[in-house]
Design a protein around this ligand. Structure first.
Ligand code: ADP
Ligand code: MG
Length: 276
């Protein structure tokens, strides 16, 4: 911990955007690794049947491995599926196996089908500073479980044409879950990904997103970087694959902002309640 404030309670963040290919998984694993390198204890929950987050963290997730499917459908304790991530101290992963593809249907007939992940997380006793949940690109029961289990929504936005399209439906779903199942849920963080500062389009999209979401957009953008896209095929995040690269440095900086903004918000809140 190089002086970064640690949250007083575990911050549970769902990384969501119903579009595929916008950088959800990349952001989940690289932010998680960055937070861990800053000294935090971090759990990645892989909630996408594709298991891309598990792969990127070098976590074994063949069909027989105990996984988040067993937690959601078989009520197995989360502690029995969590694996430590090699090479990054303080980083852990609850992997997804291909079974999870069936969970979307199997969950329908189970009791408390929307809050099974939330219950599993509540019962998890290991101390954690952050839980980051990687979602599939759909708004089915898996994503609803993630929204119910979280207090914060982190939306990665790819800086290209139609970037804001489809966001409306995600925001409506956030409001629905907030209204009916999880009053604490809110969009806390927006991260611009695959940013190419040389193109006019990228800066136009960035301006548009900042215009819509004044306080939520991080100052740090994640650049488009070949090193970021290469790292998963080595079962690594860019933080260990190429620690000095612009991609690694930008994720470290984004993680710093996420930690600091929360601490500031918390202080301001304490001041305002003290001042009455
Ligand atoms: P999602 O989880 O939203 O579907 P991914 O994180 O899998 O999106 O990213 C989609 C593709 O874009 C992947 O091939 C990934 O390696 C690549 N990618 C993501 N972020 C970057 C980046 N900053 N620079 C270059 N490639 C990226
Ligand atoms: Mg993904």
């Amino acid at each position: 911990g190089e002086g970064l404030p640690r949250p007083e309670q575990t911050r549970v963040m769902v990384v969501a955007n119903q579009k595929g290919g916008v950088g959800k998984t990349t952001t989940t694993v690289n932010l998680a690794a960055s937070l861990a390198l800053h000294g935090a204890r971090v759990l990645v929950v892989d909630l996408d049947p594709q298991g891309n987050a598990s792969t990127a963290l070098g976590i074994d997730h063949h069909a027989e491995v105990p996984s988040i499917y067993d937690v959601l459908v078989e009520s197995k304790p989360l502690s029995e599926v969590v694996q430590p991530v090699r090479d990054v101290e303080g980083l852990f992963c609850a992997p997804a196996t291909i079974d999870l593809a069936g969970a979307e249907i199997e969950l329908v007939s189970l009791v408390a089908r929307e809050s099974r992940l939330q219950r599993a997380i509540s019962a998890y006793e290991q101390p954690l500073d952050y839980i980051l949940i990687d979602c599939p690109p759909s708004l089915g029961l898996l994503t609803v479980n993630a929204l119910v289990a979280s207090t914060e929504v982190l939306i990665p936005i790819q800086c290209e044409y139609y970037a804001l399209e489809g966001l409306g439906q995600l925001l409506r779903n956030v409001d629905l879950v907030k209204g009916h199942l999880n009053p604490a849920l809110h969009v806390s963080t927006i991260l611009l990904t695959m940013y190419d500062g040389r193109t006019r389009l990228a800066s136009q999209v960035a301006d548009e997103v900042r215009g819509h979401f004044h306080n939520e957009v991080l100052r740090t953008n994640i650049p488009r970087s070949v090193r970021i896209s290469e790292a998963p095929s080595y079962g690594q995040t860019v933080l260990t694959y190429d620690p000095g690269s612009s991609g690694a440095l930008s994720y470290l900086e984004a993680a710093r902002e996420i930690a600091l903004r929360n601490a500031e918000a918390h202080q301001n809140h304490q001041h305002s309640t003290a001042e009455g």
